[in-house]
Design a protein around this ligand. Structure first.
Ligand code: NZQ
Ligand code: ZN
Length: 381
């Protein structure tokens, strides 16, 4: 096991009716701005719950943070926050509203341009922020990362920040208004987060391995049940908690990670608007196929412990595990091939060129270059 420091300070407030606690959770002297997307919260009652919970508080609102939040929009929120001396931002929405809010919190705290903060990779200063999370998927509610899009250049980059959400309210009932496709993307995102912290080499930590496998098995178990009954509170509660635990630092203590699938997926989103979780369903099986030799032992362990694959040669078992992974994504209702989304050679070459120009060398062994990325995408055609 590698050395590590672990500190996740986010207060999770979980369950039905918990939005009513907002006023007590936000510091009494906070100068507050609330950030939103485009109005799903008005249709599903979340907005009314927030307004009601904060009826005795003063605050300003910023609307219009889009999916895959644009830095161009976030700059406006930063300006508004500065004009009003805001020192606490509450995100009410999905991962995009919260990620955007993480950049707003950084932009208010210093005078750098917002895109420069993203490109620097790490925000050393941020004001406090918190969330009412309405999409279980990203884990953003309990981590310090964010992914931001620059629309004018079709680029999408992630950055980390010094602060974690001050608190996050997770009420499974807010998920009832998600479409089947949104749930599919959320489940695929959470599943892939676990894989990217797990699928490297075995024998680094039994605890991390078993914990990761437990989340994978839980997601596989609940996915068809949710499809059949998307308003089952306990199922949605498990889905919500799985998404949080998949990316809140708990399963990456002391182990290597490989985020190449995410980095490649971000390009498919930036260039073609493919929903984040869906992009991963297309890329992950390709990553597994191309990196089979390097991930051999862990793929065997994954196949045996998650899919109960015990017969055949080791190579056959691994191929079966990869096939089962692709079938799992498809069972959610997602396509898993570029051709199904009419994405071809031109995009593959663009992404490979971008990664080569940036000098990317991703993965646990830092060997997923632009050229290897090209092979991964070719294998996902
Ligand atoms: O804008 P409104 O009207 O609110 O509608 C939104 C929007 O269309 C809608 N929505 C939100 N809650 C809803 C709802 N519709 C019905 N019922 C509800 N309860 O959903 C759309 C917004 O979805 P979005 O926030 O984009 O989804 P998600 O939570 O999957 O976030 C995706 C973003 O997070 C990034 C992704 O790259 C992408 O930009 N990620 C962030 C990570 C992190 N911070 O750690 C890690 C992830 O790997 C991911 O990269
Ligand atoms: Zn993700």
């Amino acid at each position: 096991m590698k050395n590590f420091t672990f500190q996740n300070p986010t207060k999770l407030v979980f369950g039905k009716g918990q939005i009513a606690k907002l006023s007590n959770l936000i510091p009494a002297d906070a100068s507050l701005m609330i950030t939103y997307g485009f109005g799903s919260v008005k249709k599903n009652g979340v907005y009314d719950q927030v307004v009601d919970a904060l009826k005795d508080r003063k605050y300003i609102e910023f609307w219009g943070i889009e999916a895959n939040p644009h830095v161009e929009t976030l700059r406006k929120a930063i300006d508004l926050g500065k004009e009003n001396n805001i020192d606490f931002v509450l995100a009410v929405g999905g991962g995009s509203v919260l990620d955007g809010t993480k950049l707003i919190a950084a932009g208010i705290a210093n005078d750098k341009d917002a895109w420069d903060i993203v490109l620097s990779g790490y925000a050393k200063e941020q004001i406090n922020y918190a969330s009412v999370m309405t999409v279980p998927a990203t884990g953003s509610e309990m981590n310090s990362g964010a992914v931001i899009t620059r629309a004018e250049t079709k680029e999408k980059y992630s950055f980390g920040g010094i602060k974690y959400p001050y608190f996050s309210i997770l009420d499974p009932e807010v998920t009832y208004s998600l479409s089947e496709h949104q749930v599919a993307c959320g489940l695929a995102d959470a599943y892939t987060h676990v894989l990217e912290q797990y699928l490297t080499t075995p024998n680094q930590s039994r605890i991390m391995d078993r914990w990761a496998e437990g989340i994978l098995l839980s997601i596989i178990e609940i996915a068809p049940k949710i499809k059949a009954n998307p308003h089952d509170y306990n199922l949605m509660a498990d889905y919500m908690l799985a998404a949080t635990l998949a990316l809140n630092d708990f399963i990456r203590m002391g182990v290597t990670e490989d985020w190449s699938t995410h980095m490649i997926g971000h390009e498919l989103t930036a260039l073609h608007g493919i929903t984040h979780g869906h992009s991963l369903a297309i890329v992950m099986p390709g990553t597994m196929r191309v990196m089979k030799e390097q991930k051999w032992d862990k793929l065997l362990q994954y196949g045996e412990r998650v899919f109960n694959i015990v017969e055949g040669s080791d190579s056959d078992k691994i191929d079966k595990a990869i096939e089962m992974t692709e079938l799992f994504y498809r069972s959610l209702g997602l396509t898993t091939r570029l051709s199904e989304e009419n994405i071809g050679e031109e995009t593959i070459q663009t992404i490979a060129n971008r990664f080569n120009e940036r000098g990317f060398a991703l993965g646990e062994n830092k060997n997923v270059t632009g050229d290897v990325t090209k092979r991964i995408l070719e294998s996902s055609r």
